[in-house]
Design a binder for this molecule. Sequence first.
Ligand SMILES: Cc1cc2nc3c(=O)[nH]c(=O)nc-3n(C[C@H](O)[C@H](O)[C@H](O)COP(=O)(O)OP(=O)(O)OC[C@H]3O[C@@H](n4cnc5c(N)ncnc54)[C@H](O)[C@@H]3O)c2cc1C
Length: 307
Amino acid sequence: MKLKKALVFSSNASNIASLCWGANSLAQESVAIVLGTESQANEAAAWAGKVLWLGEKAQGSMAESYTGAVAELVKKEQPELLLMGCGTRDRCIAAKLAVRLGAGVITDAATLEVDEAGSVLVKRNVFGGAAQATVKALGAMGIVLTSGGFDETAPAAAGSVEKLDVQIEDMGIQLLDTSAKQEETVDIAVAKRIVAVGRGLGSQENLAAAEDLAAKLGAEMGCTRPIAEEQHWMSRSRYIGVSGATVKPDLYMALGISGQVQHMVGAKSSKIIVAINKDAKAPIFQDCDIGLVADMNKVLPKLTQLL
Ligand SMILES: Cc1cc2nc3c(=O)[nH]c(=O)nc-3n(C[C@H](O)[C@H](O)[C@H](O)COP(=O)(O)OP(=O)(O)OC[C@H]3O[C@@H](n4cnc5c(N)ncnc54)[C@H](O)[C@@H]3O)c2cc1C
């Protein structure tokens, strides 16, 4: 069963393609609302049946200032689902939309499906990823926020782009300045191969061997939360799990990672998981396709040499 229509919106226009994949799999018709450049609007038209382009964000404005414009489009288009990104600005906008439209909001959706009755069933991770809850929004339309993870399909069709003149609202906040973060940022969610390290690494010096392996495999480096948040050996954008990134590469190499549920929630959609851990009883061995009980620091140089 499919919905008749799903609308897609994210304050970050680079999320639109991924959200459209989701909308196309759930609904017969997808419409994307794009707040961004003309090329981002044209790009979205490859994925959505129709693109409603709000133009670029006005200087000094916050994305929330477009809440009224988005609410009007929702009223006009009358979708059964509004699919949004999971970023901070999207959360603010979703809350404001919920009040204006009298709609329910579901955040952090892990998966979505439409049941026989035409309701959108959403699975969300709860208890730090140890369990999942299934919820649905009541009413004519639900607002669901997700970081994506939909099966990537080919572009849906060449949709049309309609440029709209919209009034932006004063939201009581003015954007004064933006500056690049000093910390390295990586979009690990799109990596096709990942070499991830955990506390079994032992010391920062041992990172070099894992990086050599990643270079050989053409892989991105990832890590567990303690490596980024406690040891600060890698940037926060590289940690994977319930409070970090969700990844789904073809190959996930978990080196010196115990495999706690909070980490695996973000990694378990990988196609092949290879684990190296010196403890044969480590939970990661329940989740991997290929497991090697060994000291990673002894094995890695040999493995890289073999490759
Ligand atoms: C609310 C909440 C949210 C969380 N969110 C996240 C999250 O998003 N991401 C995340 O990663 N964690 C998260 N955590 C933490 C999580 O529960 C684990 O503590 C963490 O994932 C463990 O990291 P680790 O595997 O690196 O370390 P450990 O659990 O300490 O495991 C280290 C492993 O390395 C092995 N080892 C040791 N030496 C070697 C060696 N020489 N060679 C091979 N193996 C070796 C050990 O046998 C062990 O299995 C969260 C926790 C909470 C409570």
